[in-house]
Design a protein around this ligand. Structure first.
Ligand code: NA7
Length: 560
């Protein structure tokens, strides 16, 4: 617990402070400053804009959602002037896009880079957030807006002896800016999630010897990236509105037609044909566009899982290696599905080895490499692709303290507590873009971000128009939302798998499904209805008047 002093020695005051200058922070700044006319300051620990795309600049990093979906929709001019060069844009192109957005909308003048928020405390005497940054400065704001993203707090390696290793260690999520030459080196990669699966084929092209340390085999399906020809780009630009409209309401945020219904309602031959078509289409077609019940019915899921296993066995020459790469023991899609390019063929190369660290874990990092049991694997350099303390991690690492000295870490000790994934009780005027218990991690992130920023911006405009000094969800509304998201998750196969969705990838983290798994339309309806009915389920505080709280309706009925 910390004390609120009401001390007025705080530095500059803004109406809103935003933390993070990635997709979320940039649009929030534009919207709050240029549409609402607020004074806004953005802090970011990075040296430039980009968020995820600033940090994750490892070879092979690219988005796995089609570029024309994985981009902003708020400005038609921006859509028309930016031409994507590939179906799935690479990291450097996405970073250039975000730099262009920052320049085009003159955003940099309100962003302070190389600056981390180290504490943020709500002062009830002034209804302001008091914000401390690592440069020793103090800033005050009425609204605190988290744009820190879901996958920005990295999972720290907990291997014994890391400091002993004599060569360089790289992390995919903190990749250096300078070019690194791995030619002729013995490289080790630990981790086979989306990041590992992207970097491993690239490393195989450079390294003299590549050793991959895999704890859990993954269900990777083909990305099928292609360059975008001019004519295709022109067609995309001419039809952005139609392309994007279904995204906002669809499950997973991607408008793949779910024409095929339940997997178990089809014959084995029909299923095989549909899986084959989706496999060939690439992207998320296999996960989202095949059948509607693969994330909710274990038997249906097993049909998809078996199809992928068979493909892996076809593509990997050595049967023992193939069996190691075949995922078992958990359902397809319950870890975030990675998409791959030449991943499985990489293990047919003579200079690539796959080591199973599932049964026998890494015992120690030594001066020369990695020790597993009695074997030491000699390496010149190693790459960690270990994932993230997802969703709650970035928020809980920011030192946030709400009303009456309650810290966010205390309030969320049993897992995140939010209403709509946007706000949390006892933390007035703290807005979370893509917060836990929203569908953001299960969506096309830029579109989820736009939805949240627009909601937040409308909410702040409402507060201003109604002279309210603060807003926060009622405990009742929050409890109901948490129960609703848990109930939706229980209808899926997600809770039983160790993944970053459930927090199970971080030792000691409360195990709870942190993502809203209902439909996009169900979520949109819940957000819209709360706002349209005068922020039902929220408590608005008016200056020198009794607190006003709105009755909360039943969450929109939804299916997962
Ligand atoms: P992920 O998907 O969380 O993958 C992390 C990988 O690292 C995964 O294979 C883990 O194995 C492995 N890991 C983590 N800790 C260890 C230890 N101690 N020993 C061995 N292996 C370990 O993170 P990514 O960065 O790849 O992807 C994150 C998201 O970015 C992705 O979902 C997309 O949304 C984009 P495990 O499966 O836990 O056994």
């Amino acid at each position: 617990m910390s004390m609120n002093t009401g001390d007025m020695s705080w530095g500059i005051e803004y109406e809103a402070v935003i933390v993070g200058a990635g997709f979320a922070g940039l649009y929030a700044l534009h919207r709050l400053r240029d549409t609402l006319g607020l004074t806004v300051k953005v802090f970011d620990i990075a040296g430039d804009v980009g968020g995820t795309w600033y940090w994750n600049r490892y070879p092979g990093a690219r988005c796995d959602i089609e570029s024309w979906h994985y981009s902003y929709s708020f400005s038609e001019e921006l859509q028309q002037e930016w031409t994507w060069s590939e179906r799935f844009a690479g990291q450097s192109e996405i970073l250039r896009y975000l730099q262009h957005v920052a320049d085009r909308f003159d955003l940099r003048r309100d962003i302070q880079f190389d600056t981390a928020v180290t504490a943020a405390t709500y002062d009830e005497a002034t209804d302001r957030w008091d914000i401390e940054t690592n440069d020793g400065e103090r800033t005050r704001a009425r609204y605190l807006i988290s744009a820190v993203g879901n996958l920005s707090a990295i999972k720290e390696p907990d291997f014994a002896g890391v400091e002993q290793f004599s060569g360089p260690i790289y992390s995919t999520a903190r990749w250096p800016h300078e070019q690194i030459d791995f030619t002729g080196l013995r490289v080790g990669v630990i981790g086979t999630g989306s990041s590992g699966i992207q970097i491993i084929p690239e490393m195989a092209e450079q390294a003299a010897h590549l050793t991959v340390f895999q704890r859990t085999a993954n269900y990777a399906t083909p990305l099928r990236n292609i360059p975008l020809a001019r004519a295709r780009s022109d067609r995309i630009k001419a039809s952005y509105r139609e392309l994007r409209a279904p995204s906002r309401d669809s499950f997973g945020g991607l408008p793949y037609a779910r024409a095929h219904g339940a997997a178990l309602a089809t014959t084995a031959e029909q299923r095989q044909r549909i899986y084959e078509e989706c496999w060939n289409e690439g992207g998320f077609a296999f996960f989202i566009g095949s059948f509607s019940d693969i994330l909710s019915d274990r038997e249906a899921n097993e049909t998809a899982a078996e199809f992928i296993r068979a493909k892996i066995r076809e593509r990997v020459t050595d049967p023992n290696t193939a069996e190691l790469l075949v995922p078992r023991g958990y359902a397809y899609g319950t870890k975030r599905p990675p998409l791959e390019t030449n991943y499985y063929e990489t293990f047919n190369l003579d200079h690539v080895d796959l080591i199973d660290v599932g049964k026998e874990p890494i015992a120690e990092i030594t001066a020369r490499g990695i020790q597993i049991g009695n074997t030491e694997y000699s390496l010149d350099t190693m790459i960690f692709a270990l994932g993230f303390d997802a969703m709650t991690g970035p928020l809980l690492r920011m030192g946030i303290t709400g009303r009456a000295g309650l810290t966010l870490n205390e309030a969320w000790s049993a897992g995140p507590q939010t209403y709509l994934g946007l706000m949390t009780h006892d933390f007035p005027n703290l807005f979370m873009i893509t917060g836990p218990q929203s569908p953001a991690a299960f969506s096309v992130t830029p579109i989820a971000i736009e939805n949240h920023v627009d909601w937040i911006s409308d909410c702040i405009a409402y507060l201003r128009d109604h002279d309210a000094v603060s807003i926060e969800p009622t405990r009742h509304a929050q409890d109901r939302w948490v129960a609703h998201t848990n109930k939706l998750a229980e209808r899926t196969l997600l809770p039983s798998t160790n993944s970053w969705y459930t927090g199970a990838n971080i030792p000691g983290k409360p195990r709870v499904c942190m993502v809203y798994t209902g439909s996009g339309s169900g979520y949109q309806t819940a957000c819209r209805e709360a706002a349209d009915e005068g922020y039902t389920g929220f408590h608005l505080r008016l200056p020198s008047s009794a607190p006003e709280s709105r009755q909360q309706p039943t969450p929109a009925a939804d299916t997962a």
